[in-house]
Design a protein around this ligand. Structure first.
Ligand SMILES: Nc1ncnc2c1ncn2[C@@H]1O[C@H](COP(=O)(O)OP(=O)(O)OP(=O)(O)O)[C@@H](O)[C@H]1O
Ligand SMILES: [Mg+2]
Length: 509
């Protein structure tokens, strides 16, 4: 049988960067093939070329043994290739069905969309691959794992036999990852070829049949999971051994930096999304918040930042009540913020990096001089952030959308950390960041903790929560239901609180 995908000598240049440099990739039909590599290694670019979104400067692509040259995703789709992007592309105001059929609507007489036919096809696809979802749900009401399922169904609906998933697990909690992997195995059993990108190397070893490693735009290795450890993979990716983390003792002080008292926030249906939550973060402390997405963590963070209305309770920063002050005042009083969605909340994608580096900090040094924006100051700070946080870019005048996903994330973390905040509110700070850069970000956070920074860390990465936090609280249905010691807890125990299973047991016993 011919290879499902064979890419030879693919080269793609952007101004100042060779994103793909003579890359080769061979994917067998019916296998799950992982692509690993540092942030900016060229993974997404290679996949966009295969999907017809970008044109290679050089190289040959074969699909099922035939030479192809896709001028658009439409042509790739016609050849049976489908791609789910690193950043979802669903229309949130539309239903699941509307999203799935968008651009591929079955028509009936009178030039009207044949909804019945669309629904039937959707349910056939769902049944064939064991993927279920209510076609009439509004996409904005779905949880992340469900949105991803819609993206996958959308691609299968168009008849994809070769599926590209760009960092599908980055936004998922462990249970959702299990579910995705079950789905992937079912798709494989039904004959689908899957190429996927992932920074979590244990996951790669668990699901992949073969692995291709890219480094700085080049193919450096092609291996089988049975022959490598996660350490080997990391070394192949970065070209050297990873530093072992410095796990210095506690730096928690008696001084309280952030107090949240009886905080209540309502959702659109006027139900408590955050329900009477109280917690404290001391200077020098990292408090981790664990929870399955959709249990009030986003609303908690938004309320602390002043983006979401508080209907009960108080928030105070270093002894000052900030419950009712503006977002700007909060920022100016020393709260740093890494938002959960880097593209919609964290960046101006069309603006240059130096403008992005000032976002949220415009009124402070070095970005302002008196009432004016200090361009030179902003440029200088951007260069510092780039160097310290290893944001891979040829140029600080590049726009944020030209950065790879992980490098966008590093820019945001660097921006917030370099302002030396008193309190850092960090939602998924290392989402999409490669293992080497993740270790570096953890080190930055630990160092700042040592000098007194208080951190509220919301994360779906249980290893991150356990490795970084001084205390972990679990949020479930808007409430804090457990407080655990990271030194003794396990991902399994955390997981059982996150899903409410541990609580049911307590109630039952
Ligand atoms: N549209 C663009 N314009 C300019 N440069 C780009 C563009 N897209 C990607 N690049 C550059 O190409 C290189 C590879 O980026 P790519 O997005 O493929 O990386 P990646 O391996 O997917 O990284 P990540 O793990 O962070 O998602 C990076 O240096 C990036 O800045
Ligand atoms: Mg990418």
């Amino acid at each position: 049988m011919p290879l499902a995908i064979e890419l030879s000598g693919i080269t793609k240049r952007f101004p100042g960067v060779v994103a793909n440099d003579n890359v080769n990739l061979a994917v067998e039909a019916g296998e799950i093939h992982a692509i690993c590599g540092e942030n900016g290694a060229g993974k997404s670019t290679l996949m966009k070329i295969l999907y017809g979104m970008q044109a290679a400067d050089e190289g040959v692509m074969k699909v099922n043994g035939e030479v192809v040259d896709f001028a658009s995703p439409g042509e790739a789709i016609a050849a049976g290739i489908g791609m789910v992007h690193q950043h979802f592309m669903l229309a949130s105001q539309l239903t699941v069905l509307e999203n799935v059929i968008l651009g591929a609507e079955p028509m009936k007489r009178g030039n009207r969309i044949d909804i019945a036919e669309a629904k039937e096809h959707l349910s056939e696809v769902g049944d064939a691959y064991g993927l279920t979802i209510d076609p009439d749900d509004l996409v904005e009401t779905l949880e992340v794992g469900e949105k991803q399922r819609v993206e996958i169904i959308k691609v299968l609906y168009r008849g994809a036999r070769i599926l590209i998933l760009d960092e599908p697990t980055a936004v998922l909690v462990p249970d959702e990852v299990d579910e995705l992997f079950r789905n992937m195995r079912e798709l494989k059993a039904a004959g689908t070829t899957i190429i996927f990108i992932d920074h979590k190397l244990e996951e790669v070893l668990a699901i992949a049949d073969s692995i291709t490693v890219l480094r700085q735009g080049r193919t450096v290795a092609s291996v089988k999971p049975a022959d490598v450890t996660t350490g080997d993979l990391a070394e192949l990716m970065v070209g050297s051994e990873l530093p072992t983390p410095d796990t210095t003792g506690s730096t928690v002080t008696d001084e309280i930096a952030l107090t949240i008292n009886g905080l209540t926030v309502l959702d659109e249906d006027k139900r408590a999304a955050v329900d009477d939550v109280s917690l404290q973060v001391h200077r020098g402390e990292i408090v981790g918040v664990a929870g399955v997405e959709g249990n009030g963590q986003s609303e908690l963070v938004a309320a602390i930042m002043g983006i979401e209305e508080v209907v009960g309770g108080t928030i105070s920063l270093l002894g000052n009540d900030i419950t009712n002050v503006s977002v700007r005042t909060r920022r100016e009083s020393g709260i740093g913020y890494v938002p959960q969605d880097r593209q919609s909340e964290g960046l101006l994608l069309e603006a240059p990096l130096w403008e992005n580096a000032a976002l949220g900090h415009q009124t402070k040094e070095p970005f302002s001089s008196g009432p004016w924006f200090n361009r030179a100051g902003a440029r200088q700070r951007t260069e510092e952030i780039r160097d310290q946080f290893d944001v891979r870019t040829p140029d600080i005048d590049a726009s944020a959308h030209a950065l790879s996903g992980g490098n966008q994330q590093k820019l945001i973390v660097g921006r917030e950390m370099s302002a030396s905040p008193e309190v850092l509110i960090a939602a998924h700070p290392t989402r999409g960041i490669d293992v080497g850069a993740q270790a570096a970000v953890w080190e930055e956070i630990r160092t700042a903790r040592g000098t007194g920074m208080a951190t509220l860390l919301v994360s779906a990465d249980l290893d991150e929560l356990i490795g970084l936090s001084d205390t972990i609280v679990v949020m479930y249905k808007g409430r804090l239901v457990a407080e655990l010691d990271p030194a003794t807890t396990t991902p399994r125990e955390l997981g059982s609180y996150m899903t409410g299973a541990a609580l049911d047991e307590e109630v039952g016993s």
